[in-house]
Each structure stands twice: as C-alpha cells, then as structure tokens.
Design a protein around this ligand. Structure first.
Ligand code: NAP
Length: 463
C-alpha cells in the first residue's frame, strides 16, 4: 500500500473507532443497552490499536509485541476481579494509563527539546503534570479501597496550603519550560513534584469518598490523554481523551450530588474520619433482634415489602437468594419492590447490576425519589446489607458527617428488619440510629446465609 492510501485507511479506522467510543458511552448509560456499549467500546479499541499498528513511522514491531503480551498478562486477571473490587481495579487502569501518558510525554520532550513550539510545550506540560499526579493519586486510591493503605483521612494543619503550594511550584516550573524549552534539567522536577502531589492529595481523603475521587482521576487521565493527542497530533486521542475526561467529570458531579456533597468537600473535607462518638462506641445501646423464623412470619403477614439492598448484599453475593425470597413472597401475593439508592454499594449502578444478574424484573426496581413517599404505607422494609443509605441521621442530625445526604426513608416503614453481621458501621464510619428504633428488628448474620434461612422457612412451613 502506498503511504497515502495507508494514511487514509488509518484515518478511516480512527473515525470508526471514535464513533464506536461515542456510541459505547451512549449505550452504557442504560441497563438495557449496556452490553452493546461494552462491545462497541471493545471493538472501537481493537480498531484503534489496529490502525495505530499500520502507522508508517513504526520501524520495529518487536517491542510493540512484547508490550502487547505484557499488557494482556496484566489486563486479563484485572478483568476477572470480583464486582466489589471494580472501583480499585478501575483506579489501577487509570494509574497505568496515566503512567503511559507521562512516559510518552517525557520521551517526546527529550526527542524534541529545545525546538518545542510554545503551544506544544504547554499541552505537553499539562499532559505530564496531570499524568504523573493521576498515576500516584490512582495508586493511592486503589490502595485505600483495597485496604492495603489506611482508609481513614490523614490530616494535619496547613495541609491544603502545602499541597496547593506544591502544585503551584510545578505549574511555575512548567511555565518556565514553556518559555525556555531548552531547560532539560528542570523537566524531571515537573514530573517529580506532581508525583508527590498525587500522594499528598489522596492522603486527607477518606475511603468513603474514593469512588468519587476515582471518577475525578478518570477525568484527569482523560484530559492528559487529550493533551497527549495534541502533542502527537492524533485526533483519535483527542476525541477519546475528551470523552473520558468529560464523562469522568459528569459522573463525579452525579455522585457528589447523590451524597449531597460539594467537590471541595469531597477533596478537602476529610470525610470518613472516625467520629468521636462512634470511635468511643462505649455506650452500648439495646437493639431488638429476631430469628429467620420470626422474620419469615412477619414477611408472610405483610402486604407491601420494600427490600433495600446495599454493599453487604454485594459482598455476600446474596442477590440470587434475594431473588428466591422475592419469588417466595410474590407467590404468596405480597407486593415486593426494591429501593435503589444512587450510591448504595461501592459504584454507581452497583445494585441495578447485581439485581439484574439475579433476573429480578426491572420494573420491581424503584429509584429513591420515587419510593421514598411510599415507606409510611410499607409493612416491612427489609434492609439487606445497607447501612449509610438508610441512616436517618442524614435527615435529623446537623452534626452528622452525612447530614444532608438524601437517604431511603426506611425508618418510616411500619416494621424495619436489617440484615447485617454486627453493629459495625458502614463506609462512612458512623453509627446508625435506625437500629435502636422500637420498630426495628436486627437480623444478625451474613446476608446470603440469613436470606437463605428465611427462604427455607417458607419452603419448610408452607410446602
Ligand atoms: P455501607 O454503608 O457501606 O454498609 C454496608 C453494610 O453491610 C455494613 O454496615 C456491613 O455491616 C454490612 N455487611 C458487610 N458484609 C456483609 C455480609 N457479608 N452480610 C451482611 N451484611 C454485610 O453500604 P451502603 O448502605 O450500600 O452505602 C454505601 C456507602 O458507600 C455510602 O456511604 C456511600 O456514600 C458510599 N459510596 C458509594 C458510592 C457508589 O457509587 N455506590 C460512591 C462513593 C461512596 P456488618 O459489618 O455489621 O455486616
């Protein structure tokens, strides 16, 4: 193929890949089309890589082949993690992407310096600063979520000032290099400082805010890739980076809204510090408990039941048992619906995905705003491994760290039954007054095992 036709082919492939990326994002936004979205994204990426391999400038495929093999060795196990580990897995992918962007930017600088036009040098500086802070920031976020690093925010006086001053120094160095691209010795500082900043930026943020921070880091990784697109003159990278950057940003906004938090509060609020009251936890308050047999009796006497799934259902993988309970109850004429809180679990859409996996009909899933008005007429609210998203302190206690976060009003139901293993707090690390109400029964046990016991009561007692 002549260089011209192969160049045209590459452009066409890139165009197809870009269209597929856009369609992928569009389809991913609804559960019914999400599978198509994943497929479109995958095909788009294969086409993008294929187009890149056709590029004329490639002189040797050996290193590319080695990289592809290494990438596959790392990527395949990453794709097989448990669903509850998806946020940290995503953070790792961002870390790899950001590292790649930083390395490419560095090699481009040393190849081109001192002849780097100002615009190119400016985007190259944005690329490596965002890339390097995203690399260490994402590693820290993954470490916190995987609990290899302490989840609690670590704070000290003047922390925000130190962090922002550090970033300002990196930006000042970048400005100097933009004007003097021959300053090759300063370049490592422009990478080293943001690498440190990435670590310091995440230290004061609590584990509960990590998923939001990860989607913000996703946005940074996307923007740095878009900047790389300008440096390498690749329209595909600019489009893919911009899509990644804007979708990550929009997701962060949606998540912050669902938690009634501002960005500044997420980034600088040190949310998730153990509250003195919860930490002391000395005052032992009485709760009422019930057995699976009693729970089954209460459920079968109900007309309207609302199941509230949360992170514990995901950890226990109890969704299939919940489906069996749903079948047993609906067979007895009980109306069963599922209340979906936008940030229940550990990632957006977590509960929808699990319940869909268990083939629970979509129309039984009701979003928070639509179901909250129904709780006073609900006979039983059955909370399965959810905690923070049901905490009435968010409505009533202005001193609570989650005050103002919209919650599922389960405390308004006639009877509340909560399946969890202990009195341990949820991700926000705070006590839940719901458990001490007169109408609340604690069903202590693993979500899967307990729901199974309730289901067995039904089959045992009623044929
Ligand atoms: P949660 O508040 O973290 O509570 C989960 C509860 O599940 C825990 O109290 C735990 O109690 C229980 N649990 C754990 N393993 C269990 C098992 N095997 N069987 C039964 N129970 C088990 O969860 P949530 O109510 O779903 O709230 C989500 C939290 O994550 C919120 O604070 C939200 O802001 C935060 N968050 C979510 C997202 C998102 O996108 N979804 C994003 C950012 C932040 P025991 O240990 O006593 O069993």
């Amino acid at each position: 193929m002549t260089p011209l036709t192969s160049q045209t082919l590459i452009e066409v492939l890139y165009l197809i890949a870009s269209i597929l990326f856009i369609l992928s994002l569009k389809w991913l936004s609804s559960p019914s089309t999400a599978r198509h979205g994943v497929l479109a994204g995958e095909i788009g990426m294969v086409i993008a890589i294929g187009g890149t391999l056709l590029r004329h400038g490639i002189v040797d495929y050996k290193w590319i082949a080695i990289s592809l093999v290494l990438g596959t060795i790392v990527g395949v196990p990453l794709g097989m993690v448990q669903m509850t580990a998806v946020p940290q897995r995503t953070a790792l992918s961002h870390a790899f992407g950001a590292l790649c962007v930083t390395l490419v930017g560095t090699s481009e600088f040393y190849l081109r310096s001192p002849d780097v036009p100002r615009f190119t040098m400016s985007v190259l500086a944005i690329e490596v600063i965002l890339g390097s802070l995203t690399f260490t920031g994402s590693l820290m976020a993954a470490g916190k979520l995987q609990e290899v690093l302490p989840q609690r925010p670590i704070t000290y006086k003047g922390q925000n000032f130190v962090n922002l001053a550090l970033l300002a120094v990196a930006i000042a160095i970048a400005a100097y290099i933009v004007v003097n691209p021959a300053a090759r010795t300063l370049f490592p500082a422009m990478i080293g400082i943001p690498l440190v900043f990435g670590v310091l930026m995440i230290i004061p943020i609590g584990g509960a805010d990590m998923p939001t921070v990860i989607s913000l880091l996703n946005s940074y990784a996307g923007l740095s890739a878009a900047a790389m697109g300008f440096v390498l003159n690749s329209k595909l990278l600019i489009i893919a980076g911009a899509l990644d950057g804007s979708s990550g940003f929009i997701l962060s906004v949606i998540m912050s809204k669902a938690m009634n938090r501002s960005f500044t509060n997420v980034l600088f609020g040190a949310f998730g510090q153990v509250q003195p009251a919860a930490a002391a936890g000395q005052e032992v308050r009485a709760v009422r408990t019930a057995s699976a047999e009693e729970a089954a009796a209460i459920l079968s006497a109900a007309n309207k039941v609302v199941v509230v799934p949360g992170y514990g259902m995901a950890v226990a993988q109890a969704q299939h048992k919940v489906r069996e309970l749903y079948d047993a109850l609906t067979k007895r004429g009980v109306e069963v619906r599922f209340a979906i809180h936008p940030v229940a679990g550990r990632m957006p859409g977590h509960m929808n995905v699990l319940l869909a996996e268990a083939d629970i009909p979509y129309d039984a899933l009701v979003e928070m705003d639509d179901i909250n008005g129904d709780f006073p007429q609900t006979d039983v609210a059955l909370v399965v491994g959810a905690n923070d998203v049901t905490n009435p302190a968010a409505r009533t206690d202005p001193g609570s760290p989650i005050y103002g976060m919209p919650i599922l009003d389960v405390d308004k139901a006639r009877t509340v039954m909560v399946i969890k293993r202990s009195m341990s707090p949820g991700f926000a690390g705070i006590d839940n007054p719901l458990y001490y109400m007169d109408r609340t029964l604690m069903l202590f046990g693993d979500a899967k095992g307990f729901v199974n016991n309730i289901v067995r009561e039904f089959s045992g007692n009623h044929g």
